[in-house]
Design a protein around this ligand. Structure first.
Ligand code: FAD
Length: 533
């Protein structure tokens, strides 16, 4: 299929993040004429791989996948377009006193590791995994469908609510109570009901805080633990994986699929405004003044940016604007990518064996994590932050020249609102980078000597470079009050918006952020089902 002349598209997608691309691919596959407009020189948004230092490829923002929807992989034939995911081999927690904990896919090995800290925890751990797996099976269908709306009187909605209620009842008393606890309790409190060793609880609790401005003891963070058990790779539950080529390769595969189905993708094409006439979206205006028309406009950008910057409050109902202004973004994470001359071994477990071919958590205790949050609460980055480290070059040799390595370091906490004001982040960037390197160097003494290049991304940089408002990595916190029928705003959680013919398809829509392609898929399928395009 060839590209249409300007002005005649069925759909214009604003933003070539992996969700915008997914939406484009589905619409094009259904025979619609589609144009994707991406502001940067490369597609992918926060799922992007770039050669920032010659010969070294960074998976610049996101770095591991698990929730990428199997339906998208299958229906868009992503394997044919180069998608290949290598499962991580270990979750490794080095400790400052020279001990360490590895959790392996092999339950017997994990049991042996945990029993060095607590024989009781080693017994309980497999049962915990099975229980979380059962609860994840209860929740998983929710991310594979449009949001259930408990306020709707539509008979189809009422039927779905009853269905969820029935599935909840079928969980039985114990699991239903646990599900309730998960949605209300703090991660650490919840884990302490199962485990006694802090060395195990601390790294496990971290999945509850990723991308939120909450601490490991904050109520409701337990729920996000469940997301950790919801992923799957090749039908293998819970597995996290590294896409060959970094997460940019996921976006490239989706972009190639979209082009294959006939979509047109333009980079370096920033959208300045979404055109609204008579309450309907009719097209977009680019930064260079070009006007492009379409039957529908679909935004893959963060909702507040979409509505308040690109549409304008004058075209929106007041209560919608009020709710949008309350939508919590408040980014709390940063990223450091390193090009390394050699592999910086961990003193507690030397070598570059399977223990470092997974994710590595610098989370030595729950007190450490609580202190890291305390600093952020009062407007500073953590002097000793939580780090999640992956060495992509150990999982994919093409990421760095032979014998050299790249490190991907996810960092929390780095609050967008530092006390000097977010615009002062550029003055603090290098100090933040130093805090991250100093922290990791306590475990890898040769780290500093092996660094050839470092890229430090503060929340301010995430906003400026990637359009992630307030540096929020998920287009809005994944806290319970902003999920399901309330994402991004109650009453508007099904991709439609108060502006006719304007739809949402990014992480600010149900079911939320992460490299899962679900909002893009669901938005496209909803539009097609409803004959909107
Ligand atoms: C540091 C970091 C680490 C992360 N780690 C992980 C991880 O390991 N695993 C995981 O699953 N998730 C992770 N995430 C989250 C995940 O990457 C995101 O939730 C996801 O990639 C967002 O995809 P999206 O398509 O919804 O939006 P985005 O990727 O944000 O795409 C939106 C696109 O819109 C473009 N855009 C913005 N404004 C305009 C405009 N005016 N005109 C045209 N285009 C515009 C942007 O450039 C961008 O390409 C991480 C995110 C960050 C930032």
């Amino acid at each position: 299929m060839s590209a249409q002349p300007a002005g005649t598209y069925d759909a214009i997608i604003v933003g070539g993040g992996h969700n915008g691309l997914t939406c484009a691919a589905y619409l094009a596959r259904a025979g619609r004429t589609v144009l994707v407009l991406e502001r940067r020189h490369v597609v992918g948004g926060a799922a992007v791989s770039e050669e920032i230092h010659p010969g070294f490829r960074y998976t610049v923002c996101s770095y591991v996948v698990s929730l990428l929807r199997p339906s998208v992989i299958r229906e868009l034939q992503l394997a044919r377009f180069g998608l290949e995911i290598t499962p991580l081999e270990c979750s490794f927690t080095p400790l400052p006193d020279g001990r360490s904990l590895c959790r392996w896919p092999d339950p017997a090995r994990t049991r042996e590791e945990i029993s060095r800290f607590s024989p009781r925890d080693a017994e309980v751990y497999p049962e915990f995994g099975r229980t979380m797996g059962r609860l994840a099976r209860f929740v998983r269908p929710i991310i594979d469908d449009v949001a259930v709306d408990p306020t709707s009187l539509d008979p189809r909605d009422i039927a779905r609510i009853l269905q969820v209620g029935k599935r909840f009842r079928d969980l039985g008393d114990d699991l239903a109570t646990l599900q309730f606890k998960l949605t209300t309790m703090g991660g650490v409190d919840f884990l302490r009901e199962w485990f006694e060793s802090d060395e195990l609880i601390a790294p496990m609790s971290c999945s509850g805080i990723i991308g939120t401005f909450l601490g490991v003891n904050s109520p409701t963070t337990a729920y996000v633990l469940l997301h950790h058990y919801m992923g799957e790779i090749d039908g293998n539950s819970r597995a996290w994986g590294f896409p060959k080529g970094g997460t940019g390769a996921v976006s490239q595969a989706i972009a190639d699929a979209a082009r294959h189905f006939g979509a047109e993708i333009r980079t370096e094409a920033p959208v300045e405004r979404i055109l609204v006439r008579g309450g309907r979206a009719t097209g977009v205006v680019l930064d260079n003044g070009d006007e492009l028309r379409a039957k529908v406009v679909v935004s893959g950008c963060e909702p507040r940016r979409t509505f308040l910057q690109m549409v304008g409050a004058e075209h929106l109902p007041d209560d919608f604007v009020t709710k949008l202004r309350r939508y919590k973004l408040r980014g709390s994470s940063g990223k450091v990518n390193l090009a390394l001359d050699r592999f910086p071994e961990f003193s507690c477990r030397p070598g570059d064996g399977p223990h470092v071919r997974g994710d590595i958590a610098i989370a030595p205790s729950t007190d450490y994590l609580a202190r890291a949050y305390d600093e952020a609460k009062y407007g500073d980055f953590s002097s000793r932050p939580y780090l999640n480290v992956v060495f992509p070059s150990l999982l994919d040799r093409t990421m760095a020249p032979p014998g050299k390595h790249v490190a991907s370091i996810f960092v929390q906490y780095a609050p967008y609102e530092i006390k000097e004001g977010p615009e002062h982040w550029p003055d603090r960037r290098e100090a933040f980078g130093d805090a991250v390197i100093d922290t990791l160097a306590e475990y890898c003494p040769t780290l500093k000597d092996s660094i050839l290049h470092r890229q430090v991304l503060t929340p301010w940089d995430l906003e400026q470079e990637f359009g992630l408002t307030e540096g929020n990595i998920f287009h809005g916190e994944l806290s319970l009050d902003q999920l399901l029928f309330a994402r991004p705003v109650s009453g508007w959680a099904r991709y439609r918006t108060p502006v006719r013919d304007l739809w949402l398809c990014g992480s600010g829509a149900h079911p939320g952020g992460g490299v899962m392609a679900a909002p893009g898929e669901r938005a496209a399928k909803t539009m097609l089902q409803q004959g909107a395009v």
